[in-house]
Design a protein around this ligand. Structure first.
Ligand SMILES: Nc1ncnc2c1ncn2[C@@H]1O[C@H](COP(=O)(O)OP(=O)(O)O)[C@@H](O)[C@H]1O
Ligand SMILES: [Mg+2]
Length: 220
């Protein structure tokens, strides 16, 4: 499939999503094929009762999956900021459910737990049937609190430079309220996991200079 398969409905950091009708979308990765790990992780999550989109087929960089209606949890946070604490608890519940799932055989990584790798509010879609976790390209076998540590770090250091300077403190307050509710429910990550996650972010070329400084200050 090299032609555009249908109307573009969303573009994320790593993929474009096209509506192909019949309740299905194609998620087309811009850099390389869908990995076996991504498919393996989604299957393991689904079998364990974690809400993920149903996958119909995989072909090179394309994943054909169930079309989910509903905005992301991040958009919901922007539109209804007074729900920040509630959303934080919902996100915490997803983390807690996921940390009980053993990593499937053959998944990359050296831990025992299924780790999503990028479980932030932008990767949760609020469907009519409840929140659904998308974007499994970074999944691995890791430590149970790895996703929580990532989320904690992201909320602490991510820059909100897509907004006017006037809005930034407001977004900061809403994010902190969500994070507080999240941490209250899942607990703080262990220093070992936090240090590992900090090092991963520092090794990521997409991490910005300002974020790097803050990560270095937070690293245990
Ligand atoms: N199954 C789906 N149904 C409907 N929209 C989706 C689906 N999967 C992804 N999207 C939309 O595409 C966006 C980006 O998808 P995502 O898998 O997170 O890719 P990226 O790695 O580029 O962030 C999501 O925020 C969402 O708006
Ligand atoms: Mg995403």
């Amino acid at each position: 499939m090299s032609d555009v398969p249908g109307p573009l409905i969303a573009s994320g950091r790593s993929a474009d999503i096209y509506d192909i009708g019949g309740g299905r979308v194609v998620r087309r990765r811009r850099n390389g094929p869908v990995s076996d790990d991504e498919v393996l992780a989604m299957r393991a999550a689904s079998v364990a009762g974690i809400p993920v989109p149903h996958v119909f087929a995989v072909d090179g960089a394309d994943m054909v999956m169930q079309h989910l209606d509903g905005r992301s949890m991040l958009d919901e946070l922007g539109r209804r900021p007074w729900r920040a604490a509630h959303l934080g608890r919902q996100l915490a519940d997803l983390h807690l459910a996921l940390r009980a799932v053993p990593a499937p055989d053959g998944l990359r990584g050296s831990g025992t737990t299924l780790v999503h790798g990028d479980l932030h509010p932008g990767n949760v879609l609020m469907s009519a049937d409840g929140p659904v976790i998308i974007d499994w390209g970074g999944a691995s076998a890791g430590a149970p609190d790895e996703d929580a540590a990532e989320m904690w770090l992201l909320a602490e250091v991510a820059e909100v430079d897509d907004l006017s300077p006037l809005m930034r403190p407001v977004v900061g307050i809403v994010r902190r309220r969500m994070l507080a509710a999240f941490i209250e429910r899942v607990g703080r990550p262990s220093p070992t996991t936090l240090a590992r996650v900090c090092d991963d972010r520092l090794g990521d070329p997409n991490t910005r200079p300002g974020e790097r400084d803050r990560i270095r200050r937070l690293r245990p």
